[in-house]
Ligand binder design. Structure first.
Ligand SMILES: O=C(O)C(=O)C[C@]1(C(=O)O)C=C[C@@H](O)C=C1
Length: 368
């Protein structure tokens, strides 16, 4: 990571003018998927391009080799097993918040200024340069194309549940989970000045935010309309000077777009926490042992499985399972567990390793 900015200039295509360093965030228009050049595919053979690095603390004997050895075994046999030829992963237990040249980390998030994701990016990487992207895909691509250094994206919310889109995108993209932050989401009902609650007929927001305020919005009899992000909703209401439409967004968004706060803390439960993943091009080597959850997603390429060779038997849905757990990559039990998963499944993929205060977190992908 120390060489990140040097690598950027050596490897990366020149940044589009609109993405070069700006004097303030308001100078940015969001990165959009269409404007990002298509990837020259570096995806390796196999289900996922996974851990692509060699670990250790410089002597080549550290935990990282173990991690990578494991990750490579989990992939297709045709992938090179020459571990020493692979690039090195980050090994620091503390994530860097600035680059070697002292410049700020550029962190992609989905939404416009004032989105919760922007605050989460700032919490994950204090003093970072948060870069708005119009869609989740754009944020993934921005990291892959070296337009930014990291992405911070929501993966689940304590009220609304999993953000499936990002599970699916983790599969399609070539990034590593290098950390996570939890962010307490406190929604406000925002409206233009002079507008009262009784003037409102509808309310705009991100679908997750609308879901998190479902009871309150129903009680108020407001029609709900989904938009890309909460702050985008606030911006729309403000720019169009809407009198019959409010936005569910943060107080920060209210301030940025000059809206009035009609009601505060309107989420159905005061414990409304969104978990965001920190994503990077390089993995980080980790520490402990805890299982958080298993998430299943339909296996798109092969959604149904037929029981017998004649295609006559009962059909089953086929799924991918994301096993979300903390473990040391050096722990033999964890390695054995992964090995067994590998035996029982057609493909197993290792998504990422998180290092935060010596803890590790893996998102392992297994298909049924
Ligand atoms: O719209 C935003 O402000 C976001 O950051 C997105 C998002 C989400 O995707 O869940 C993030 C946190 C809140 O749970 C609501 C919306």
């Amino acid at each position: 990571m120390a060489a990140a900015s040097a690598e950027r200039s050596a490897i990366a295509p020149p940044l589009p003018a609109r993405l070069r360093r700006k004097s303030s965030l308001s100078d940015y228009s969001p990165i959009t998927t269409v404007k990002i050049p298509k990837p020259s595919s570096k995806r390796r053979h196999g289900l996922l391009a996974l851990v692509s690095a060699r670990g250790g603390d410089g002597d080549g004997k550290g935990d990282g080799n173990h991690l990578v050895g494991r990750a490579l075994e989990l992939q297709n046999d045709s992938v090179s097993k020459d571990l020493h030829a692979l690039p090195r992963p980050l090994t620091s237990s503390h994530l860097p918040h600035s680059l070697a040249d002292g410049s700020r980390l550029r962190v992609a998030y989905q939404g416009v200024r004032g989105a919760y994701s922007e605050s989460a990016a700032d919490k994950a990487y204090p003093n970072c340069e948060a870069v708005p992207c119009d869609q989740f895909d754009s944020a993934f691509e921005a990291v892959e194309r070296w337009l930014v250094d990291r992405a911070v994206l929501p993966i689940e919310n304590s009220l609304g549940g999993s953000i499936h889109r990002n599970y699916d995108l983790l599969l399609r993209h070539n990034l590593h989970i290098v950390g996570e932050v939890k962010f307490a989401v406190r929604h406000c009902l925002l409206a233009n000045h002079g507008v009262q609650l009784q003037d409102l007929k509808r309310v705009l927001s991100h679908p997750q935010a609308l879901a998190q305020c479902e009871h309150t919005l129903t009680k108020w009899g407001l029609v709900r309309e989904a938009v890309d992000d909460t702050a985008g909703a606030a911006k729309h209401v403000a720019l169009n000077e809407l009198k019959d439409t409010g936005a569910v967004a943060s107080s920060v968004a209210g301030k940025i777009y000059g809206l009035n706060i009609l009601a505060q803390d309107i989420q159905d439960d005061s414990d409304n926490v969104t978990r965001f993943l920190m994503l990077a091009r390089e993995p980080i080597i980790p520490g402990t042992d805890r299982l958080f959850k298993i998430e299943s997603r339909p296996l798109r390429k092969q959604p149904l499985r037929l029981r017998d060779d004649n295609n006559n038997g009962p059909k089953y849905f086929d799924y991918l399972f994301y096993v979300d757990f903390e473990a040391s990559m050096a722990d033999q039990n964890a390695q054995n567990a992964l090995k067994h998963l590998n035996h029982f499944s057609l493909h197993t993929g290792l998504y990422g390793a998180v290092s935060g205060m010596g803890d590790a977190q893996l998102l392992v992908l297994v298909d049924s």
